[in-house]
Design a protein around this ligand. Sequence first.
Ligand code: ZN
Length: 299
Amino acid sequence: MKRLFIQSVFVVGLLLSSIATASNFPTEEPVGGEPFGYSTTNIGDGLYVFRWWVYRNIFLVTDEGVIVTDPMNPKVANKLLGEIRKITDKPIKYVIYSHNHHDHISGGKVFKDQGATFIGHKNVLKELGDHPSAATPLPDITFEDEYTVQLGGRTIELKYFGPNHGESLVVMRLPKEKILFIVDIVTPRRVAFRAMPDFWPDEWIRSLKEIEKLDFDYVISAHGPENQPAIDPASVVEDQRIYLEDLMTAVKKAMDSGTHNPDVLRKTVKLPKYKDWQYYNEWLPMNIERIWAYYHMGW
Ligand SMILES: [Zn+2]
């Protein structure tokens, strides 16, 4: 009996180790591949916003080929390629990664197979290199602070503002069109995402202040359901920064006046100015706990 038990433990151990190998991080289906709807919006002059579920990216069709950003995930990348092929048969020349998070970029292989050159911040190379996966091809071109992609007379500038959401996030600017494509650190009319995973609150605010100084009139953001506009006025960057400042001020004020229990803070700190923003009721308590952790732990 004892021997059988030992054998069972051994078999279970083998099973667990094979499961660990099979689910080798990062997952190739980070969002489960659920069949949410998708759409493509023509912004004008070859610029398109592709939306799947609440995720968005941009692609730019030029005379010499196509520049794609954030290839989302394997199933959706095929849909994205199909949408591009309805518009042009020009080659996919570049894929630009906004940052390293797999929920935005794990569909890259579809475009690698098309011969695209991948571009990302140098920290993306390290982060993806630490967890290699066929789903997320490593960038072929990396850079430190700025990089300019030019194709068919069109330009996309990539700008790095240091750590804010992870350590590899770049903001994309179309200088002629005065449009920014901003992923994750600007989500118009929505409170911050859940418990703000991989967000550094103080660095996030600092980055937004620096972004506000850029020359731009419009913002395309990477999150929003179907009923949200594909493009917003520049003011959404300032709105986002003021939300974060209001959130941090409110939590700090409550802590300074003696409330240090995060469960109490979650229930008592309110920001009625933002009651109409998406997920105010559901996510504000999680935002509050993240800011509590920032002041409580210095992180
Ligand atoms: Zn992210």
